[in-house]
Design a protein around this ligand. Sequence first.
Ligand SMILES: [Zn+2]
Ligand SMILES: [Zn+2]
Length: 737
Amino acid sequence: MPKIAKVVVEIALDREFDYQVPEALSATVRLGSRVHVPFGHSTARGYVVGFADHSDRQDLKAITALISPKPLINETMLKLARWIGDYYAATIEQAIRTVLPCAVRRKGAGFIEQTLVTLASPAPDAAALKALRQRAPKQAAVLEILQRDGAQPLTVLVRAAGTTPSVVKSLAEKKMAILTRETAMRDPLADQVILPTAPLALFPEQAAALSLVKQSMDTLKPPVVLLHGVTGSGKTEVYLQAIRYGLDQGRGAIVLVPEISLTPQTVERFRSRFGETIAVLHSHLSDGERHDEWYRIYEGKARIVVGARSALFAPVDRLGLIVVDEEHEPSYKQAEAPRYNARDVAVMRGHLEPCAVLLGSASPALESFCNVRNGKYALSELTHRVDHRQMPCMRIVDMRVEAEQSGRMDVFSRDLVEAIRKRLDQAEQTMLFLNRRGFSTSVLCPACGYVAVCTQCAVKMTWHKGCNEIRCHICGRVQRTPNRCPTCGLPTLKFSGIGTQRVEAIMRTLFPKARIERMDADTTTHKHAYGRILGDFKAGKIDVLIGTQMIAKGLHFPGVTLVGVMNADLSLHMPDFRAAERTFQLLLQVAGRAGRGDVPGEVIVQTFTPFNPAIQAARRLDYQGFCDQELESRKELLYPPFAHLICITLESLRAEAVERFAQALAGRLAPALPKAVILAGPIPAPLSRAKGHYRFQVIMRSTSVKAMILPLKETLKALRCPPGVRIAVDVDALSMM
Ligand SMILES: [Zn+2]
Ligand SMILES: [Zn+2]
């Protein structure tokens, strides 16, 4: 047994430290073990990440204690953590924190012990109970409940009987009840009745996709399958049957879905097929629930994990398949360090396990599409909706023509109003999509040109009508709406720009009898609001649902026959090279909400740029065509997927300090980089100020991440970052804000 352990302590130092393994622990300390080690003048907790026979350091200290006998991370997950740290320029501690959830790591995390009360046998007969009822009515009540409902936790029993624990304890002393201690599992899906479902018959395209996935699971050839299926084509059924195939061979699975589509609908589908062996991991779980779910997986009681981004790191043993649904979703990218993309890490975990990886989407990311073209991934296509239901028909409305003909700027085109009226008459449902909340998106004074801008961020304030406040959507600052212009004092303030609130208000005047609901971050602040609105909509209690991107994704409502996109130009004009791709994906996603029942769907897209290629390709539902033209322009400019892009954002409260440091960084970096790397900046970030911080960016592009990361790490080490300046390194950045 090696005498030296390499330990990463839970303090971000980006270093491994050598410790002696004491004789007493040599048999039990393993790779991934959690240990206590002396550190400086105190002790620290850490993980054993490697072993060595000798150390360059003299007089090594020894590991003090082993925290848990069974390692929480295995060798594969350690390798994955190291890869994340190297690739995404994060410290090894950050990477380990990523693969091991806080709920499992933190001090005091543990199972809840509870007292279970069971009726002793023989149970008291009717006569004995009657006698007891007269002498000690509370004790009798407890016994009656136990007789009727069976054993139950002390806390529940006491509440049901309206009594105190001492009453139950005196019953135990009289040997009429038995108290035992046991582990209470916090089940996030408790109280849900779920009816089991059987596998559905597959259509030929689905069957072909399934057989390719099975082949991948058996032989790892191909290692990754991209399932490109139009909305409503039955991708989930392919996932379910592939998972069943693995399960029958004793292999587990992880299914990632974007947080936003991790709805009860989704979870129910998996649970109704696989029952108790499903574990769910997402951000709305309490720490306790997360801890217990993690251990259910760790101990092999749950073999299939459904969850958002971080579920990728679930400790599933003998993993057979990782599914990444909606693989193009930007929400798979973590916003804090390490800024990993769960889709890409899934492919790496698949490679290390090894196991098959299945990526699914109606509009795959260009990166994935390119990996098919260059032979890294295999492609499987579902070109029809199940039952050959028609794809929706998409109509583009030129809002310039509308404005010209009506002589004013209307929020709703006449076509859209007519289409909604028709749906209301036919008792069909409509969804209206606008990715901006609030009532008016700018507050300005036509007299002097004043615009209400957040004092902390370089963005306009949005007017929220109900509470009559103006709010910053970046930092959340709230301010009463001024009656007069703060600059010139005239009472001439104007409110312009359209948010979801305003769409709702106009709808209510246009269709006073319609049942209208709005779903955005403002109406879903209550925990259950999201589920309630969706439930009402599904049950047909809502005619028109207005919402932000919250309503665009993954939801299935057979009653919806019309989808209106209020302003397709919003995402198109973002300062980002992915703006066209985003718009195209969004339109396809939104269109996917229409006509999933028996009546064919219609999509009306309002835009001021009707001939934009992304909008036209979306109208034709032409994925290949869009990719071809978009890839051509990306290739010319050496943008992803033809290069990797690293975006370094520097922020500080002091504009001068951050600009100077950004210049120093770019100046030092340029000569250190290989010639093929393209370096741009420093330039002010598109969001040039946020929460009081001034923001600058330095951007690098190259076909090799390594060619950029190593010189970057060296440069950052050599350059002392001035106090108050924050650096964020984003490898394969998806957002350039
Ligand atoms: Zn003014
Ligand atoms: Zn702000």
